[in-house]
Ligand binder design. Structure first.
Ligand code: COA
Length: 163
């Protein structure tokens, strides 16, 4: 698949995510403030305020000072990672959908909202990581067109996307 075909495929996936299936509201929750540190994004049921899920975004370099896995396995100085800097790349972590609401497309909505938030704030890339055996998370990120980094170890892998 060439780049253009891949972009078209990803656009179609994103368009097919129908937020109207849910009474969705997104809100920023105070994780550590704003994107100068970390920002939490919560997806709620508009009707009754019930939480569907959330995710946290922070600048990659801030994540590197805080997140033990990122700290241990992500090599910012490698040639491949040189494209990422503190101003262009967000680190997405703590992605979570409430168990009773899983497998209904909410993970995709959470991710889409995170992408919107990153774009609104002028970022070009998102980096994230997950365990290799987390089948659903890997499916979700692959489906969105995230690219796998070289696997730093068998249990854990990172992905990035150009927004
Ligand atoms: C990973 C997680 C956020 C996904 O959220 P979700 O709302 O269930 O995901 P979606 O419904 O949007 O589904 C995403 C993809 O996974 C598939 N999927 C979801 N649940 C699945 C299941 N139990 N078995 C197989 N595939 C599944 C969906 O079919 C969809 O794939 P598709 O686009 O090819 O149809 C959620 O499972 C979760 O919170 N897990 C626990 C925390 C976690 O692992 N977070 C990620 C850490 S990096």
């Amino acid at each position: 698949m060439n780049l253009q075909e891949n972009i078209t495929r990803i656009k179609k996936i994103i368009e097919s995510i129908n937020e109207n299936n849910f009474e969705i509201e997104d809100s920023i929750f105070d994780y550590e403030g704003d994107l100068s540190n970390s920002m939490g994004l919560k997806i709620k049921n508009k009707k009754n305020d019930e939480n569907f899920g959330h995710v946290v975004l922070c600048k990659l370099i801030y994540g590197l000072t805080k997140d033990p896995i990122l700290k241990k396995y992500f090599d910012l100085d490698s040639k491949q990672n040189k494209i990422f800097n503190n101003e262009n790349c967000l680190y997405l972590h703590d992605m979570f959908v409430e168990p009773i609401h899983r497998n209904k497309g909410i993970g995709k909505i959470v991710l889409k909202q995170a992408h919107n938030k990153a774009l609104e704030n002028g970022f070009d890339y998102i980096v994230l990581g997950t365990e290799t055996d987390n089948l659903v998370a890997n499916k979700l990120y692959n489906g969105f067109g995230y690219n796998e980094f070289l696997n730093p170890e068998e249990k854990y892998k990172f992905y990035y996307i150009k927004l």
